[in-house]
Design a protein around this ligand. Structure first.
Ligand SMILES: [Zn+2]
Ligand SMILES: [Zn+2]
Length: 135
């Protein structure tokens, strides 16, 4: 009977719920948007927890913050350099595409910043515009 009772349960942690919801969306989602999606599926989690988890996942490099939309997207690349990332962000539908940033590209930006007396830590380029569907 115990096995029956457990058969219907999915083994999910809140962290996995957040990551899965992001991975299933090609759009950038805010913490509130994510919370809405997750709870609509019947899970119980509060917005503060979602936000905390997003911070942790960002630190782990599994999630990227999209500043221009104040939202988050799952990492779609294998990063050799976690601190070098480029996104194409659609201002119409919120779709986000992660593209590999060539090391030389990042070095150019880092070099220019250093010349200006700035100490660069991460290079995150957000190219804002219209995706193929929204043009
Ligand atoms: Zn990434
Ligand atoms: Zn679009």
């Amino acid at each position: 009977m115990a096995s029956l009772r457990h058969s219907g349960l999915r083994i999910t942690t809140p962290r996995m719920l957040v990551l899965r919801a992001l991975a299933n969306s090609d759009q950038c989602l805010t913490a509130y948007g994510l919370h809405e999606r997750i709870t609509k599926d019947g899970a119980h989690i509060d917005v503060a927890s979602v936000y905390r988890i997003l911070t942790t996942l960002s630190e782990l490099g599994l999630v990227h913050r999209i500043g221009v939309l104040d939202g988050f997207t799952a990492c779609r690349q294998f990063h050799e350099h976690q601190d070098q990332v480029q996104h194409w962000v659609c201002q119409e539908c919120g779709k986000v595409v992660e593209v590999a940033m060539a090391h030389a590209e990042a070095e150019t930006l880092v070099g220019r910043a250093k010349q200006g007396g700035f100490v660069p830590k991460t290079v995150h380029v957000e190219v804002v515009g219209l995706c193929a569907q929204c043009q």
